[in-house]
Design a protein around this ligand. Structure first.
Ligand code: CP
Length: 314
């Protein structure tokens, strides 16, 4: 099982996903541990959209693996002078950069670049298409908490149309045997034809009452062409996870959110910090999931992990 790029979850087989999760679990059990598995290798992070969690957790993951990290500031790069991203990547390749982690507003950009570059591409979120490493860290969090993903019911609620996280989960959760329910305002729903078999649109009440995981999504105002609701409070009352709605959740059900979260809009502020919330665990797992992905792409692929561990003395 060897892939050159991580452009999306859609392209990964279930077995590959499971192997990545196993490796991410390995790293999650070793917080802060330093390794030399990518010692001396050079990785560039190219973020053309804002980010806190993804950008910094990739950088932490890269440093934990011993890589040299280059951070590209789009606004002070030659892309502002008209150089294309493909040509930018070719320049980086000539300097010895072996992998590029890219966040972009353009759906499918990495798939388009993949055929034309030698370095490894890692999708750190492309438009409303996919956010594969966020999906992996979410899956890791679910697996850690429940012991398995198969058989769990995940409800993803909110601005589904603009969410690249959902774009990845639509492929991942059915592949791994989980049930996925989608709920939210009709104007923010994914088109029916995009939904794979086994993914169902539910009403908000059913989604909250029946899910093992209630995953709330931010309203992505920056991607809305027009106002889709009258105020943050109106949205909270109509579609947010209020304290009253949270009381309807099943015993043992948990709350997740890929972030960034807007307290008091899609989720009540107290629920972010409640005992049922795995939101901060998700952030911690981002480092482990991204270590697994970088190792997979840059260090020989799944199946080579045992031997690489021997060489660095674990
Ligand atoms: N979840 C996520 O992608 O967060 P950032 O935009 O902060 O990276």
């Amino acid at each position: 099982m060897r892939v050159q790029h991580l452009t999306g979850i859609r392209e990964l087989a279930a077995g590959h996903l499971e192997a990545l999760l196993e490796r991410a679990e390995y790293w999650a059990k070793r917080p802060g541990e330093q390794s030399g598995l990518l010692a001396g290798r050079i990785i560039a992070n190219l973020f053309f959209e804002p980010s806190t969690r993804t950008r910094f957790s990739f950088e932490v993951a890269q440093k934990r693996l011993g890589a040299h990290v280059l951070n590209f500031a789009a606004e002070s790069s030659s892309t502002t002078k008209g150089e294309t991203i493909l040509d930018t990547l070719r320049m980086l390749e000539m300097m010895g950069v072996e992998a590029a982690v890219i966040r972009t507003s353009e759906n499918g950009l990495l798939q388009n670049l993949a055929e034309n570059v030698r370095l490894h591409l890692v999708n750190a979120g492309d438009g409303t298409n996919e956010h594969p490493t966020q999906c992996l860290l979410d899956l890791l969090t679910i697996k850690q908490h429940f012991g398995k993903i198969a058989g769990q019911t995940i409800a993803i609620i909110g601005d589904l149309r603009h969410s690249r996280v959902v774009g990845s989960h639509l492929h991942a959760l059915p592949k791994l045997g989980a049930k996925l329910l989608l709920a939210g305002p009709p104007a923010m729903m994914r088109p029916e034809e995009e939904l794979p078999a086994g993914v169902r649109v539910a009403d908000l009440d059913e989604a909250i009452r029946t899910a093992d995981v209630v995953m709330m999504l931010r309203v992505q105002l920056e991607r809305h062409a027009e106002a889709l609701f009258s105020s943050a409070e109106a949205y909270h009352q109509a579609y947010g996870l209020t304290l009253e709605r949270a009381r309807l959740m099943k015993p043992g059900a948990v709350i997740m959110h890929p972030g960034p979260f807007n307290r008091g809009v899609e989720i009540h502020t107290d629920l972010v910090d409640s005992d049922r919330s795995l939101i901060f665990t998700q952030v911690a797992n981002g480092v482990a999931a991204r270590m697994a992905v970088l190792e997979d792409l840059m260090n020989g692929g799944i199946g080579t992990w045992a031997s690489s561990l021997e060489t660095v003395g674990f």
